[in-house]
Ligand binder design. Structure first.
Ligand SMILES: [Zn+2]
Length: 248
């Protein structure tokens, strides 16, 4: 696929031999692509991303893959806290409050092609295509509740969960019991932490717990605003089972 290489961001440093394992999807929350390019290439802003995709599907390569772009900020995934060193950052020209408040078909088409290329080049696991809100659920909401994850999963770029048999549910429940996790909330936190989320402070802090659940809900339980622990729990055990089968 063709990239626009005309604009380069000075905001990067060395990965120091870290392997690329994750792809992080963002939205810019800016007015348009032009603004996004100048923002992400402005030395004073101290932020950048490897790629920026416009509403018409043009892909800008602002930082070479081999460098560490500055897009994740304070973040966490599977015990990693230096997410920038192990990830590729993709910004989408989208603003929930702007004229660019749609994820256009052309944009998503280019995003999928880019993800396919990156998955091929760096052998990135399907479980490792993440939202900024997955790795920073207490601070960040992008790419937001309207991002079409279903389109990525129907193209087989991210994992789609197969339903569990009664026996498989029993296996997971038995496993929880072995760990002595009695309450649904404890099981939910345990499952989220195995998948990769930052659960270090959520046990005793309801505000943080609710933010984490919100981040999970907007990605995996779409369109369900008031959600009970039960449906989160049911989705999570399905997620966890599929995750454990495919996370090699
Ligand atoms: Zn972001």
């Amino acid at each position: 696929m063709k990239y626009i290489n005309k604009y380069k961001s000075p905001n990067y440093n060395s990965r120091k031999n870290s392997r690329i394992k994750l792809i992080i999807i963002h939205y810019t929350a800016l007015k348009n692509t032009l603004d996004a390019v100048s923002y992400l290439c402005n030395k004073e802003k101290k932020v950048s991303s490897h790629y920026l995709i416009s509403q018409n599907g043009t892909v800008y390569n602002l930082v070479k893959d081999k460098f560490r772009a500055w897009h994740a900020g304070q973040a966490f995934w599977q015990d990693n806290i230096d997410i920038n060193s192990i990830s590729i950052g993709i910004e989408l020209d989208y603003n929930p409050r702007g004229k660019n408040n749609k994820f256009s078909l052309k944009m998503i088409y280019s995003l999928k092609k880019l993800i396919i290329n990156l998955q091929k080049n760096y052998k990135i696991n399907k479980n490792n295509i993440l939202a900024h809100s997955d790795i920073a659920p207490f601070r960040k909401k992008d790419p937001g509740k309207n991002f079409p994850w279903h389109s990525l999963s129907s193209s087989n770029l991210v994992m789609s969960f197969k339903n569990l048999t009664k026996n498989e549910i029993k296996i997971i429940e038995k496993w929880f019991n072995n760990y002595n996790f009695k309450s649904k909330k404890h099981r939910i936190i345990f499952a989220l932490s195995l998948i990769g989320y930052d659960t270090r402070k959520v046990n005793k802090n309801d505000i943080l717990y609710n933010k984490l659940i919100r981040a999970y809900r907007i990605r995996y339980l779409k369109g369900q605003d008031k959600i009970k622990n039960k449906s989160i729990y049911n989705t999570l055990i399905k997620h966890l089972f599929n995750f454990l089968l495919t996370n090699s």
